[in-house]
Design a protein around this ligand. Structure first.
Ligand SMILES: C[S@@+](CC[C@H](N)C(=O)[O-])C[C@H]1O[C@@H](n2cnc3c(N)ncnc32)[C@H](O)[C@@H]1O
Length: 304
């Protein structure tokens, strides 16, 4: 297939963060930012062009913290599919460019969507694009800075930024409601491992679910006929482990998981049966069920 959009590659001297990057860094990031746009960047109006009669952005043009390169359609769809976006979601695209991710979230998945874009011309173009796509009732474009605007209402956050910008956003994202889904084109989140890697023919994305904070000591009621048990959890992002103490005996948890606000762990009862505990975490309390083959017991817990 001819490389019809090869001329859209940004020049190697593109300025990041308002200053010139080293050639090595520039090449590395440009390679990642442009890898998927070369063949299938989708023009908004006419072949080979982005934008409309009022504004024609150039792929690779500088932005406040990162240049503009659109995510290709295939990955946009896959990112939103992976996040299982539905009409009940509020999707925020941080650094929205021409608005294609919020527009796709509304048009293809029925979600409400918000794009935050620093470049005023780009933000205005994104708004016009949402009107042309007939989803202006569902899509809001905010002309603003992703580091200043509040996006805490999002149930899904999409990113196509830079590794260091993802890391700068990470503390804010980790404070979001447990279960918030995050999808990033090309760049990861440092030592916060993704829950899933998204591969398309031309690009890679990463997917995370914001985990509830469950670290610490919990007092549980409803396990193994004992008045109470002590659950001790150690946590790093969505990775958890720990012990349970019942009737004076402590054992390591046999597999523990936190997915959003859903805590699951297993242990052996005093009779040697495998007990599975599934609970919903809400701040410093949890509620759920302990299940062994034919018995279900209600479990309640409080963090100490
Ligand atoms: C790589 S583009 C991604 C565009 C879009 N999210 C997509 O995937 O097609 C990054 C966008 O972020 C914008 N941007 C850069 N720094 C920003 C900031 N601090 N706040 C808001 N937008 C920013 C740029 O102008 C650019 O449009």
């Amino acid at each position: 297939m001819p490389n019809q959009f090869a001329q859209e590659r940004p020049p190697a001297t593109t300025i990041f963060h308002g200053k010139r990057s080293t050639m090595k860094t520039t090449h590395r990031i440009l390679a990642a930012l442009t890898a998927c746009t070369v063949l299938i960047a989708t023009p908004v109006s006419a072949a080979g062009q982005h934008g409309d009669e009022k504004y024609q952005p150039e792929v690779g043009q500088s932005g406040k913290d990162v240049i503009w390169v659109p995510t290709n359609d295939e990955l946009v769809n896959k990112m939103l599919e992976t996040a299982k976006v539905t009409a009940s979601d509020i999707v925020y695209d941080l650094g929205a460019g021409d608005g294609k991710i919020p527009i796709a979230a509304a048009r293809l998945f029925g979600a409400r969507a918000v794009g935050i874009e620093f470049n005023p011309d780009m933000a205005a173009l994104a708004k016009r694009n949402s009107e042309r796509a007939r989803v202006a009732d569902k899509v809001k474009i905010i002309h603003g800075d992703i580091f200043k605007e509040n996006f805490s209402e999002a149930t899904v956050v999409t990113l196509y930024l830079l590794p260091e910008l993802n890391l700068k956003l990470r503390p804010t994202i980790l404070k979001m409601k447990p279960g918030t889904r995050v999808v990033s084109h090309a760049f990861n989140m440092g030592d916060w491992d993704p829950d899933q890697r998204i591969e398309t023919s031309r690009a890679t994305g990463y997917y995370w679910v914001v985990p509830a904070n469950v670290e610490g000591q919990w007092r549980l009621e409803g396990l193994d006929g004992k008045p109470s048990a002590t659950l001790q959890i150690t946590q790093r992002y969505q990775r958890i482990g720990g012990t349970i103490t019942l009737g004076g005996s402590t054992q390591a948890l046999l597999g523990a998981l936190i997915e959003g606000n859903q805590l699951t762990f297993r242990y052996l009862t005093s009779a040697g049966a495998l007990q599975v505990v599934k609970a919903t975490v809400n701040g410093n309390t949890l509620e759920g069920e302990a299940q062994s083959p034919n018995v279900f017991n209600q479990v309640k817990g409080t963090r100490r």
